[in-house]
Design a protein around this ligand. Structure first.
Ligand code: NAP
Length: 230
């Protein structure tokens, strides 16, 4: 069985996808910027390596020989961090480095995590444009994320077959793994139902798209409904 390379493996989504991949028997190369900060990531079948998702040479060096790559990197991890250090081009640089570095390394599949803020709300506007639905102070991050999606689309016909899975609604850390999820399109699903997703079920969807690629060079939404739980 081939290995999967996970960029952002020390984060919430990265840890969930590493656990999901290990549970299915894949070896995981866990890419973090500074392995010394992540001694707890080391485990049977998990190799922790340094890497930078915005550097094509770094991407190519760590990715060679893998069946697929997961992009779970975020330059913004919570409100306490602020936006002074946010590079608006971060996700564009990551998209370019991943598409170029993976192609050079001969890795043909990239599954990236998206941001629900750029799905369309009931009025047809992106969720991030509705201050009642999305905190305006986080908009710079949403714009940076959206620029990365645009870059993937611009470069869509290249050698790397990418897909972006966008969690619709709240993404819950520590939520249960149900093994189930819905897949939608550009619109926020729900109506009077509440879309959400646990990181564990996001990881199920991410590894599914590495294992059996169904969607190609596109972005989709992934979600469960609270009302279906229990
Ligand atoms: N509802 C939603 O739509 C929703 C909700 C939450 C998150 N998300 C998305 O899910 C994805 C993952 O988020 P998360 O919550 O798992 O984030 P997280 O817990 O903050 O983890 C992000 C990781 O990215 C790593 N990182 C930052 N810059 C890097 C670089 N240049 N190269 C390599 N790694 C780097 C960080 O590790 P180091 O600092 O150690 O390098 C960190 O561990 C993001 O795209 C985020 O926007 C979507």
């Amino acid at each position: 069985m081939s290995d999967i390379v996970v960029f952002g493996a020390g984060g919430r989504a990265g840890r969930a996808v590493t656990a999901e991949a290990r549970g299915r028997g894949y070896g995981v190369t866990a890419v973090v910027r500074d392995p010394a900060r992540y001694p707890d990531l080391r485990a049977d079948g998990v190799t922790v390596v340094p890497g930078d998702v915005t550097d094509r040479g770094s991407v190519g060096a760590v990715a060679a020989g893998h069946a697929g790559a997961v992009h779970a990197v975020s330059p913004y991890s919570g409100p306490e961090q602020g936006f002074d250090a946010l590079d608006p081009a971060f996700f564009v640089k990551a998209a370019d480095a991943l598409l170029d570095g993976l192609a050079e390394a001969g890795v043909g599949r990239l599954v990236a995590v998206g941001l629900g803020a750029n799905l369309l709300g009931a009025d047809g506007r992106p969720v991030m444009d509705d201050p009642l639905a999305f905190p305006p102070e986080i908009r710079p991050f949403a714009l940076a994320h959206t620029a990365g999606l645009h870059r993937l689309r611009e470069r869509g016909e290249g050698r790397v077959d990418w897909v972006m899975l966008t969690p619709a609604g709240h993404l819950e850390h520590g939520g249960d793994r149900t093994g189930r999820y819905h897949v939608g399109g550009e619109r926020l699903p729900g109506g009077d139902r509440e879309p959400w997703l646990s990181y564990a079920d996001l990881a199920v969807a991410l590894v599914d798209e590495i294992e059996r690629p169904v969607r190609h060079r596109t972005r989709v939404s992934v979600f469960n409904f609270r009302e279906e739980e229990g």
